[in-house]
Write a protein that binds this ligand. Sequence first.
Ligand SMILES: O=P(O)(O)OC[C@H]1O[C@H](O)[C@H](O)[C@@H](O)[C@@H]1O
Length: 546
Amino acid sequence: MPTSPQHGPSWKALADHQDDARSRSLTDLFAADPARGSDLTVAAASLYIDYSKHLITRETLSLLLALARERGVEARRDAMFAGARINTTEDRPVLHAALRLPADHELVVDGRNVTTDVHEVLGRMADITDRVRSGEWTGATGRPIRTVINIGIGGSDLGPAMATRALRHHCDGPQVRFVSNVDPADLTSVLADLDPASTLVVVVSKTFTTLETMTNAAAARAWITGALGADAVPRHFVAVSANTERAAEFGIPADNVFGFWDWVGGRYSVGSAVGLSLMFAIGSERFGEFLAGMRSIDEHFLAAPAHANAPILLGLLGVWYSSFYGADSRAVLPYSHDLARLPAYLQQLSMESNGKSVHTDGRPVAVGTGEIIWGEPGTNGQHAFHQLLHQGTRLTPVDFIGFAQPTDDLPSLGGQGTMHDVLLANMLAQSKVMAFGRSAADVARDGTPADLIGHKTMPGDQPSTTIVAPRLTPSTLGQIIALYEHQVFVQGVIWDINSFDQWGVELGKSSALEFGDALAGAASGTTGDSSSDGLVAALRRARTAA
Ligand SMILES: O=P(O)(O)OC[C@H]1O[C@H](O)[C@H](O)[C@@H](O)[C@@H]1O
């Protein structure tokens, strides 16, 4: 049974070391160690990752790596990949990495070779994808499918939605749209301009019980059957679920149900059948490239020594800031408009995984765990929230993500270079000024009036990682996703928390059911607290107001 991390010798050594290191600025660190900009980098598949602009010395790194050893990160990683039941509160293996294993790689769990099952489903997905994309699969009136609607929420939405948007340039199948929110505005606006006769609905739910998804799916079914009759359902609905019986109860024939397994967490499921809508959009071949990209990072994570292992290094840096500096959040800033939904995707991946306050054995955690992930694509954030990153009082580590080659390009304003170069130049400039700032002496040298010097001084020391890839492709997107998955895993191991359950979301779900009754007037008496009583009453009154 692992002890709490703060009781081990490495934690104490890091805390003592931090007391010494805290006064050293990134400007000082780069002056004292000019090679750090090239040395503190790591290559993983086609990703080049610069972590030199972090508040660490080489000694910090070796202490962090000692912490990883002490916490058994590599042994735990091997246990995960081997199918050990490391999701202890749900007694399940954690095998999203098995979703991208080659077909000839045997991985036996509970007496079954899971890669056989994975590739059987992948084959069925490829088959329906080919039929839909070629027009062989038709709707009830014989029309080919022009639009696919993915109905799902959380892990059954964010992954395929983020990836479909990211791979816009590779989308050459039916148009794919996403509906997640139980707010009827979501479904209504998505359906508004669609023809039911050429629309295919993919209902995605691991459990097939999620209220939002079931509600939207029922409304979509009414929309289809209202136009085309009840018999149209098998031509217009397919399901993705680990609960195939429930999917059948909804009226979706078994041939149209694509399964996955309880060893795939929702937020880790984009490489499973949950990615079916993405496959419709980009085709099965490119989906295969996406899985291969993920696999290349799995292999790196498994094989690279810890000091050159990107997920281990990035995981340790996340712990360094969360637990030692008390940083609450990390900004993820993709300098790629196509990655606009990546921060939202990573919010679920990281915050639902590591937003925990007890150790694996149920004892309370005594150190800062979890990170609040947020962000917007560059350069939009620069004109909105970067001010706080540049001159605010909070330490907020940043991940910059950029691509050498553009997906789209246009000439720049001055005609020299291109807009993509302007984008990349901004990314590099932001990481530089966040790290090194601008001293008061420098500001004064410009003749700045004394009373403005403080206002114009840039403190610097806002740490960042920069992740660079040649181009945004199915493979590099898969690599980025797997990199973050494993970073989250490493942090969970160091903190000794279960990154693979999410009990915290359950209470809100059951409470919402009670409020549904109260709003409808079906419940009598109090909701249990005076604030909720007042809100229910105000909402009921306002419904009848003009
Ligand atoms: O795929 P489903 O079973 O419908 O679940 C959808 C989502 O809802 C749950 O409440 C969990 O918090 C998420 O981890 C999950 O991805």
